[in-house]
Design a protein around this ligand. Sequence first.
Ligand SMILES: *[C@@H]1O[C@H](CO)[C@@H](O)[C@H](O)[C@H]1NC(C)=O
Ligand SMILES: *[C@@H]1O[C@H](CO)[C@@H](O)[C@H](O)[C@H]1NC(C)=O
Length: 372
Amino acid sequence: MKLTNILPFVAVVAALPAASNDVVPRASISKVDGLKFNIDGVTKYYAGTNSYWIPFLTNDNDVDTIMSHLKTSGHKILRIWGFNDAKSNPGGNTVYFQLFSGTSATINTGANGLQRLDAVVKAAEKHGIKLIINFVNNWTDYGGMAAYFSACGVTSNAQWYAAAKCQTMYQNYVKTVVNRYRTSTAVFAWELANEPRCNGCATSVLTAWVRKTSDYVRSLDADHMITLGDEGFGLAGDGSYPYQFSEGLDFAANLALPNISFGTFHLYPSAWGVSNDFGNGWVQAHAKVCQQVGKPCLFEEYGVTDKAQHCSVESGWQKTSLGLKDAGMAGDTFWQLGDTANGQKTHDDGHTIYYGSSDWTCLVTDHIKRIG
Ligand SMILES: *[C@@H]1O[C@H](CO)[C@@H](O)[C@H](O)[C@H]1NC(C)=O
Ligand SMILES: *[C@@H]1O[C@H](CO)[C@@H](O)[C@H](O)[C@H]1NC(C)=O
């Protein structure tokens, strides 16, 4: 079922599995409404940001304060890592969510495990922030697919997508997380992976995996949106590297899958060997596909490496995206949020926009005003 076609309250409740006692109030579920998102009953263009690190903080007050900053700034969507895959126990109270050892995986539900994600979900509920919760990384940061490799008997991401044992382990993790927050109104969407790629593979490999995985998530949760978390590669455009299908992605084919609710794409011109000006066409090209497929697009990560250009270049992309709010673009979430935690500034990877800075005024305060 496409969440676009939300039925009246009674009909939807009747359609839920008979055994479901945990019915979530429909009005508070974030959902697709045409080519836009509806959050807490309001359909419009939405803005937000990314914080891969917030579930790894160990102090609840920090988490709460940061969420309150997002709220007062007018942000609604926060994308986070819902994974932290370790190959050895980091020790102390260092946070990890899943530990691979030998041929098995153990999910850490302890105080330095999923209880940290609980704190994020709780603070998001309190401040009305909606979370995109991601299940696994393509890259090795915080483990990623590579953390599964030796336990499930593969040596590459390409094999990981198709190997039964890897997928059983991954689905077990997905199920644990989805069941934990299944009834939370703070869930914006479940996200299958961060920047999944399958270099040199036929695009059918990833499309088959996206279909299988999105169907699986839908079998666990009839309510929340589901998205992929890809960079948006593989679509018609100027023929430069990002438009090509060589990373194993076909944007339109994956978006069209029945249990994928909306499209995601990222933008890092310097990493991709294109100019910053390339960005506007990239946003337009995705909006066009989203319009054709009939599902909203989220401009999910974007950044320039030159700090002096954060405001000028990124606000230009924001304006392009917002300008397409009636033509496929439903929101944008820049990479990445910066704030203070544990008395220190959070991770500065060169793309960080700190709360209270002049770049924050430019990319958050002014953008939120324009959105209205
Ligand atoms: C992520 O995907 C790309 C393309 O397939 C690959 O080159 C890279 O190694 C992947 N990351 C890992 C950790 O395998
Ligand atoms: C979506 O997923 C559900 C649950 O797995 C499945 O029953 C349904 O067939 C899928 N939808 C479509 C249209 O394939």
